[in-house]
Design a protein around this ligand. Structure first.
Ligand code: ZN
Ligand code: FE
Length: 204
């Protein structure tokens, strides 16, 4: 397959071969940067920040707190994983935190009123679902064209899918008295993030 790559002159620091090659394969780089900023904002502002608050209000449910902690710290790992890619693509984070927050691709996981355990688990579940939709959109856009972004997004997607399963299990148990196993094995340590930190999988 012949793909026309704009030649980047030797020593030119205003263009990036790493960007031109994915553009030549059909990636709308400007749109991708916007999506990555929206997803980074969702990881950092809509989930990591607000999950901190949600977790504080799960007092008495120490097992649920532990799961919320894994989801919280893994979303922080997702933020850390994807931010470098935004810059590599020639993008940048807004130099204003409220502006960044307002670009998030998912609604803020604010403490529900009343902050019952069922209401908190419902917020957590729907946040994970938004994350899955957002990351698979990046996978779709980059598949077969931008292997680096695809790899990062699919690592994150792996963990978001696990997070959804965890909160389905907890909400079904807590709200409906139903057993819907998530297939969850304990992480080695809180926030292990086996895919996005490239740690080894649970395998004692
Ligand atoms: Zn995440
Ligand atoms: Fe998550």
């Amino acid at each position: 397959m012949a793909t026309a790559v704009t030649p980047v002159p030797p020593g030119d620091v205003t263009q990036r071969v790493g960007v031109e090659v994915i553009r030549a394969r059909g990636v709308d780089v400007e749109k991708l940067i916007k999506m990555l900023i929206a997803n980074a904002a969702a990881e950092f502002a809509s989930t990591y920040y607000y999950y901190t608050i949600l977790r504080m209000h799960l007092a008495g449910y120490e097992d649920y707190k532990e799961i919320a902690e894994d989801a919280r710290l893994e979303d922080r790992a997702h933020w850390e994983l994807i931010v470098p890619r935004i810059y590599e693509l020639g993008g940048e984070l807004p130099n204003d935190l409220p502006e960044f927050h307002n670009q998030a691709g998912c609604v803020a996981a604010k403490l529900p009123n009343p902050p019952t355990v069922v209401n908190i688990l419902t917020i957590l579940l729907e946040s994970e679902r938004c994350a899955i939709r957002s990351w698979i959109a990046v996978c779709d856009m980059t598949f077969g064209k931008d292997p680096r972004t695809y790899d990062l997004a699919s690592r994150i997607l792996n963990e978001e899918i696990e997070h959804e399963a965890w909160f389905i299990e907890l909400l079904a148990h807590e709200r409906d008295g139903k057993s819907i196993p998530s297939g969850h094995f304990r992480r080695g340590e809180p926030g292990e993030a086996p895919y996005s930190k490239n740690n080894r999988f649970y395998n004692p």
